[in-house]
Write a protein that binds this ligand. Sequence first.
Ligand SMILES: CSCCC(=O)C(=O)COP(=O)(O)O
Ligand SMILES: [Mg+2]
Length: 230
Amino acid sequence: MKTTILTDIEGTAGSISFVREVLFPYARRALPRFVREHGKEPDVRRWLDQVATEHGAVCDDAVIVEVLQGWIDEDRKHTALKALQGLMWSEGYRREDFTAHVYPDAVEGLRRWHAGGHPLAVYSSGSVPAQKMFFGHSDAGDLLPLFEAFFDTEVGGKREAASYARIATRLGHEPGSILFLSDVVAELDAAREAGLRTVLVDRLEDYPQPRTGNACNGHLRVESFDAITP
Ligand SMILES: CSCCC(=O)C(=O)COP(=O)(O)O
Ligand SMILES: [Mg+2]
């Protein structure tokens, strides 16, 4: 059985600066208009209502927009925010306002592993539709056909071991046959607790201070996908 590669997106396959300097500001700007134009559609309303309920049952959309913009500024990994961001980004990708940054070594690695018969999957805080738009509209073109499964925080939080156990079950693969790649040690800790193999992707462009010794908490550390052997 070939090792399955499960990859994170931000800081691992693509740069943190693209997410924080392009995607987040785009969604922040688009929010007021998006909620005005689409706020009554059931697929949008359910998320706005969830935010409203969690924020003391606010019923004014303008307040919900402010709450969501605050969450974007704090980089909250909230499932409702991520779902709404994904809907707004899909407009941006379709209108060709931007393409998604994927590191060249990640593009090469993903293509190489796919060609070698390794199943590929994604686990990101970004919603599954946002993940598909990201890889479908990357700087390197459409990378979507490389992947066989996508997981977001609807499967559970990225710092909880149970999420990785669920992913292994849904993939139908033993935890020990899955290699999880991430830039966040707490995520790797949770994956290791569930029995997955782990690699800390420590990109100098994203993390100018290399994480060494205890900071890696025993996870294999690499600076690019070139150094990963599944
Ligand atoms: C799907 S691209 C946008 C990623 C995103 O919104 C995010 O919060 C990144 O989190 P990750 O788990 O990929 O580090
Ligand atoms: Mg990440």
